[in-house]
Ligand binder design. Sequence first.
Ligand SMILES: Cc1ncc(COP(=O)(O)O)c(C=O)c1O
Ligand SMILES: [Zn+2]
Length: 399
Amino acid sequence: MRSTEPWRSFAVDLACTRCERELALDTAHNLCECGAPLSVRYDLDAAGTLWTREALRLRRSDMWRYREVLPVQRAENCVSLGEGMTPLLELPRLSAQLGGRRLLLKEESLNPTNSFKARGMATAVSRALELGLKHLAVPSAGNAGSALAAYAARAGLRATVLVPRDTPAAFVEECRALAADVELVDGLIHDCGKRVAAGRETQGWFDLSTLKEPYRLEGKKTLGYELAEQLGWRLPDVIVYPTGGGTGLVGMWKAFEELEQLGWIAGRRPRMWSVQTQGCAPIVRAFHAGEERAAAWENAHTFALGLRVPVAVGDFLMLRALRESGGNAIAVSEEEIATAGRELASTEGIFASPEGAATWAALRRLESIEALGDASTIVLFNTGGWYKYAEGWRRVLEL
Ligand SMILES: Cc1ncc(COP(=O)(O)O)c(C=O)c1O
Ligand SMILES: [Zn+2]
């Protein structure tokens, strides 16, 4: 149902996640001068008195129901394709493997262009429109590029997507159909990122790389708001999340902090478990080594393309969230993803993206089940659909 209430955002400014710098919302920014990501701050005291959980009942059924804690200032700048409010599905058959604990899956493949990347691109493109930017560029493993292409087309802005040369044709064709320019880069996503950085000067692109601009994180954060709302303003005990650049993980952690300040949730926050693959596990390695930053992973390879991220500018934010939450970090093999993907599909009817299947792969291990301890509710994330990974799945499942 569409609300007739006025649009209102309680966003106040941007603050650096490392140094003390504060920046205004009225111009476009990438990283802070110190090299760290910027983060949007809200007047949560005011929001907590003027906005209520009950008001959500009459709101539209997408992520903009939380517009008070999103950065878009004016309704006419909201670029939307209906993203968010995805189902939180019970997994009763797989629950049986967890000693009767309740297992749920947030089904993000139902978003526009089939992935959770829609959330971040909806806010980033809306703000780009609001700030008068014209040409947006993103390095991508596939899904972020598709999402940018869709939202840029809807906003009437230009988009350029840079992907590794071995990216499945379905992503490339989708981006081109959505009127984006696509460049195939020899190398991995960080090589695409270098090309975007160069294009800022030479082509006038605005860089929308993960955490190198502050607004994608805000859209991703709505994952945390939705989880809380869908569970009746209680949070699960454990969240198992496939981690590449880390916006989902860091975004949900931010959401939980904001929800506490709003007075909408209380009690223990979920333990955050990061899942990567054995072919590219910089965060898992740094977590277990007690490092604050993650060294670059050499020769990254995995068919879970969204997890093929050898370096991440937000590494320290992910590691901080994992540690503050009393979390965990697990690297799974390609074979484990295949087994888990088959099991999710054949027992629960959910054929996931490899990244989504990786979350079940990490949880179904004996040592993970032991590590759950007294946890009674666990949430997995299927961050995308399987279709565009058809070739990779065919190979590992021998279909
Ligand atoms: C399907 C899928 N899952 C997970 C990820 C990793 O997401 P994040 O960058 O939020 O860690 C990606 C990133 O490309 C992805 O496409
Ligand atoms: Zn700074």
